[in-house]
Design a protein around this ligand. Structure first.
Ligand code: NAP
Length: 246
């Protein structure tokens, strides 16, 4: 067990990568606060985590709303007394070519993917600084480093997360808090399930390991960065992409 009795908050935990991350952290002994906008899948996840012998709390929260971010961290403190690990995973896409991209598509993606991570990191950092320990892990993306046509908003949000990660890693290091980003490649979740077979084949051809990733591939990287084994790693971006970007 790498995370016995640690308390972790995971946003976007209702499905996909966030769900896999929450279960992987619980399997390593952590208690969980799982958040998203929809309650039912979170309640099912809580039951699964409890079956692993850990405690869990479901909180509905919109990561992009300041009050929700503060309430989420406050709920974790009320239930567990501390927050050791924050995983900023909530994310959306609103794809479109630049010339056709609407202001609201830009704002929605930047608000959820980037502002959300800022709001939650700020709320958690206050606590972690007092604790003199903590781990913040931001789920960025390979397209934050490479760009991607049709994803100006999404790739800007994910590149922004890398800047956020490095800046707050420098700010919080003296307080014993590490901050890192994970940049997944193409992972099989609801976000990528709608890709056509043709696009899927083209993508796979660009991946040296010859397959799309699984949520579990990302979850295991999160477990490592959250653990004591990663105590001397901060301000880094860990690619989990099958080698598609080096
Ligand atoms: P997903 O299956 O679409 O899940 C997204 C999660 O985020 C859901 O739990 C969703 O729950 C939650 N969410 C969305 N907007 C939210 C908001 N405003 N506040 C709180 N929760 C919100 O996506 P995924 O593929 O697992 O992606 C997870 C993260 O990995 C995202 O940040 C994504 O950008 C990143 N990523 C994914 C891939 C990939 O290939 N799949 C690659 C690189 C990076 P509700 O709808 O219930 O709120």
């Amino acid at each position: 067990m790498m995370l016995t009795d640690k308390v972790a908050v995971v946003t976007g935990a209702s499905r996909g990568i966030g769900r896999a991350v929450a279960l992987a952290l619980a399997a390593q002994g952590a208690d969980l606060v799982v958040a998203a906008r929809s309650l039912l899948p979170l309640q099912e996840l809580v039951t699964e985590i409890e079956a692993l012998g850990r405690k869990a709390l479901a909180v509905t929260a919109d990561a992009a709303v300041t009050e929700d971010a503060q309430r989420l961290i406050a709920s974790a403190v009320e239930r567990f007394g501390r927050v050791d690990i924050l995983i900023n995973n909530a994310g959306i896409t609103r794809d479109g070519l630049l010339l056709r991209m609407k202001d609201e598509d830009w704002d929605a993606v930047l608000d959820t993917n980037l502002k959300g991570a800022f709001l939650l990191s700020r709320a958690a950092a206050k606590l972690m600084s007092k604790q003199r320990s903590g781990r913040i892990i931001n789920i960025s993306s390979v397209v934050g480093m490479m760009g991607n046509p049709g994803q100006a908003n999404y790739s800007a949000s994910k590149a922004g997360l890398i800047g956020l990660t490095k800046s707050i890693a420098r700010e919080l290091a003296r307080r014993g808090v590490t901050v890192n980003a994970i940049a997944p490649g193409f992972i099989e979740t609801d976000m990528t399930r709608e890709l056509s077979e043709k696009v899927r084949q083209e993508l796979t051809a660009q991946i040296p390991l010859g397959r799309l990733g699984q949520a579990e591939d990302v979850a295991q990287a999160v477990v490592y960065l959250a653990s004591d084994h990663a105590g001397y790693i901060t301000g880094q971006v860990l690619g989990v992409n099958g080698g598609m970007y080096m």
